[in-house]
Design a protein around this ligand. Structure first.
Ligand code: NDP
Length: 432
């Protein structure tokens, strides 16, 4: 803790994991003898670099770039790139650490990593985004590769940014390989990757609810965020017959009692790249509120899909008071530890992000497979694989929770199920 005292998000993520691993460490003394926990919490490599770029007015800017290559015991480093002004080493480390266990849970051969920059994409022209991405890749290319480290998108990095990053990588390396995922369909991308995290979240939620005798059909769902994860979570929730009544962005939130008009949200967010304030133009009977507030809306199911620590203890108490039965995390670590405790003590079914949002990275791994064999699979094929993977993750998480004496504690189940495979691979590979 002392070493990382200026990295509160990393300490939060590591504390949550380490406390839930106690039963598995007690039952397996070989892990302690091999220093598995000490090694697991120290990244294999952390890269920080200068990203200079020139804006449309000729002004020079300097941002800081990061890539944390956390753990490669079970496969090449894999994890997204985040572009947001809040990005710092502690945030990238928390995300990279979570990614190790998440990637293990998918059952696919991918290690954990994460990267990004404190660059703020808001209000930047297309040209400025391109220039930034090119400068970022001009350093990053040295550290990545299809068999070494395969970055993807995250907050602020979608199809457009991946395209610019890929173009620059290919130009510098003179090599056409699957070094990034989330690519466009004309140059090696996979069908369903755009939808994968949101769809996967709902496949997981559906499986968890069914196992507990519930059905998402007809349920009222509250969602935060209005980005990639939130949009496709809303789409799949609606397809499964639920009613989604809220979405949010960093300035405010919308409430639509009749159910969110997703075509309107997609146009505002994906086409115009505008704010949710515009939603009222499409749906005059809806409400727009400034600031934070989706968790005050009564619901059966809550799906936080924006960012870390967006749901605190007070929010959790309000949700419980209003009758929430299920909380599943689309974002990474959106609930504080205190909020998670409130849900678990109230008997709410709680699915942690590292299990519930693993569909994005799982589909990225499927994109890597398609790139390696130079083939593309159909939408139905990838979607069916994604659904199978999410159902399998739920089954493994559920079984691990049960096996270690805490049935329905899916936080513990996810951490243990993800950890064991990585720990065994590390044991087999010696002290490295
Ligand atoms: P996007 O950039 O597409 O969307 C993020 C959304 O969250 C936007 O609506 C954004 O609002 C809002 N948001 C971001 N930061 C804040 C903040 N500090 N306060 C309030 N609102 C905020 O990102 P994604 O949808 O890709 O990612 C959302 C979450 O899901 C993240 O935690 C990410 O790590 C996680 N995730 C993403 C995966 C993926 O495949 N994309 C995979 C697994 C997890 P605004 O537009 O106003 O900034």
């Amino acid at each position: 803790k002392k070493l990382n005292s200026n990295e509160p998000e990393f300490i939060q993520a590591a504390t949550e994991v380490l406390t839930t691993l106690e039963p598995v460490i007690e039952a397996n003394p070989q892990y302690e003898a091999a220093g598995i926990l000490e090694r697991l919490t120290e990244p294999e490599r952390q890269i920080m670099f200068r990203v200079p770029w020139v804006d449309d007015n000729g002004k020079v800017h300097v941002n800081r770039g990061y890539r944390v290559q956390f753990n490669s015991a079970i496969g090449p480093y894999k994890g997204g790139l985040r572009l947001h002004p809040s990005v710092n080493l502690g945030i990238i480390k928390f995300l990279g650490f979570e990614q190790i266990l998440k990637n293990s849970l998918t059952g696919l051969p991918i290690g954990g990593g994460k990267g990004g920059s404190d660059f703020d994409p808001k209000g930047k022209s297309d040209h400025e985004i391109m220039v930034f991405c090119q400068s970022f890749m001009t350093e990053l290319y040295r550290h990545i590769g299809a068999d070494t480290d395969v970055p993807a998108g995250d907050i602020g990095v979608g199809g457009r940014e991946i395209g610019y990053l890929y173009g620059q990588y290919k130009r510098i390396r003179n090599c056409y390989e699957g070094v990034l995922t989330g690519k466009g369909l004309t140059y090696g991308g996979s069908l369903v990757r755009t939808e994968a995290t949101g769809y996967g979240l709902l496949y997981f939620t559906d499986a968890m609810m069914k196992k507990n005798g519930m059905d998402i059909k007809g349920k009222t769902v509250v969602i935060s965020g209005a980005g990639n994860v939130a949009i496709y979570a809303t789409e799949k929730a609606q397809q499964l017959g639920a009613k989604v009544v809220t979405m949010s962005d960093s300035t405010g939130w919308i409430y639509d009692a009749e159910g969110i008009d997703l075509a309107a949200v997609k146009e505002i967010k994906e086409v115009k790249r505008a704010r949710l304030t515009e939603y009222k133009k499409y749906r005059p009977n809806s409400e727009y509120h400034e600031g934070k507030g989706v968790w005050t809306v009564p619901c059966d199911v809550a799906l936080p899909c924006a960012t870390q620590n967006e749901l605190n203890e007070e929010d959790a108490k309000t949700l419980v008071k209003n009758g929430v039965q299920v909380v599943a995390e689309g974002a990474n670590m959106p609930s504080t530890i205190e909020a998670t405790n409130v849900f678990q003590q109230a008997g709410v079914l709680f699915a942690p992000g590292k299990a519930a949002n693993a569909g994005g990275v799982a589909t990225s791994a499927l994109e890597m497979s398609q790139n390696s064999e130079r083939l593309s699979w159909s939408f139905e094929e990838v979607d069916a694989k994604l659904k199978g993977i999410m159902e399998n993750i739920f089954a493994n998480v559920d079984a691990a929770a049960e096996k270690y004496g805490h049935p329905k504690n899916y936080v513990m189940g996810a951490n243990i199920a993800g950890f064991v495979k990585v720990a065994d691979a590390m044991l087999a590979q010696g002290i490295v």
